[in-house]
Design a protein around this ligand. Structure first.
Ligand code: KDG
Length: 347
């Protein structure tokens, strides 16, 4: 009987070991190195998933997945899901977010040197923009960001900005009078619209559509692709092809988090960012041309500014140059103007 009992015990213990995967195998499993944790790069921004930037960031995500062989995963947060430009840059400085890409204009809130891009009618065309941003001046501006806990990876394109409003056609200086225009959070942009006789108000991008819809503001200004992607045509009848300022985007990384990355990964991320930015820029330029007829089809009335009216507008906003040149730093301003002249002269 005793023998039978102990045989039964042996059988039960054996069965239990089999079911739990056996002591020996378990040890082997524990000894196996744990699969390396996927590193996450979160990139957050204000524009939506129809924007050229979303297309560019999707390319960035694909390149990172391929080049890192799955070690890194890029997560995209569009439409101000994680906050507005100023809040996102704060997160980068604190090291609680990896990447964002504001226009250069809100960067002025903590570094006035970046207002150098905000003077109106600086760049004649995209070829000049490309030369200046890729040249020594542009590269120096990217490096300047490191004074603020941010790594400037590369320029990308927001683009030439055009004006929309719900009140009337704007094609002459007098037409700006009293219009409540939303601007980016930047003193030069505010001053320009004041000098034109409008009533400007700064606002984060995420608040613009509801403010236009509710009529707290009459108009706003942004590149064609954004006007289209964000359906501003649903609440704005008038579009003026003013091209009054060009704003670059800067793809940026938190310096705190960047400094923790191995150099080969830094190189991979920077190269992927440059490729992503190229896709954004090409998409933006394609859309800028293609989407004007569609905006017209959707009911927008398109106005152009004649050369004579443009001269009057430019005269009215001249004081902004004297007022802000010193704040930006006269040598920096002069350096950029020299680069622009050089780029304009180059074939
Ligand atoms: O994602 C970037 C946007 O938030 C942004 O900078 C858009 O040009 C812009 C604006 O008008 O705020």
């Amino acid at each position: 009987m005793k023998k039978l009992l102990s045989l039964g015990m042996v059988l039960i213990v054996g069965l239990a070991l089999l079911l739990t995967g056996c002591g020996g195998d378990k040890k082997a499993e524990q000894a196996k190195p744990a699969a390396p944790q996927k590193k996450v790069i979160r990139v957050a921004f204000g524009l939506n998933d129809k924007s050229p930037s979303f297309v560019g960031m999707t390319k960035f995500k694909e390149i990172i997945a391929e080049k890192s062989k799955g070690r890194y995963e890029v997560q995209i947060f569009h439409s101000s899901q994680l906050g507005d430009d100023l809040g996102l840059m704060e997160k980068l400085k604190m090291g609680t977010l990896e990447m964002t890409f504001p226009s250069t204009s809100p960067i002025a809130s903590f570094d006035k040197r970046f207002m150098v891009f905000d003077f109106p009618f600086l760049f004649k065309n995209e070829a000049v923009v490309d030369k200046v941003l890729a040249g020594p001046f542009g590269q120096k501006m990217l490096k300047n960001l490191s004074d603020n806990g941010i790594v400037g990876l590369t320029f990308s394109e927001n683009g030439f900005r055009d004006l929309t409003n719900s009140k009337r056609e704007v094609a002459k200086l007098e037409d700006f009078k009293g219009l409540k225009i939303r601007t980016m959070q930047n003193p030069i942009h505010l001053e320009v619209f004041k000098l034109l006789g409008a009533n400007p108000t700064p606002m984060a991008f995420g608040e613009v559509f509801p403010a236009l819809q509710q009529g707290t503001i009459d108009g706003q200004e942004n590149p064609i692709a954004t006007i289209h992607a964000n359906k501003f045509y649903e609440v704005q009848k008038h579009l003026t092809l003013s091209h009054h300022v060009y704003t670059p985007f800067i793809l940026m990384y938190s310096k705190k988090l960047w400094d923790q990355l191995p150099p080969e990964d830094q190189k991979m991320i920077q190269e992927a960012a440059i490729e992503g930015a190229k896709v954004t820029t090409a998409t933006n330029r394609k859309q800028a041309g293609e989407m004007i007829p569609d905006l017209e089809k959707k009911g927008m009335k398109i106005a152009k500014i004649s050369d004579a009216d443009l001269a009057k507008i430019q005269e009215a906003i001249k004081p902004v140059y004297d007022k802000y040149k010193a704040q930006v730093g006269a040598p920096l301003f002069d350096e950029m103007m020299a680069e622009i002249k050089k780029a304009e002269a180059a074939k």
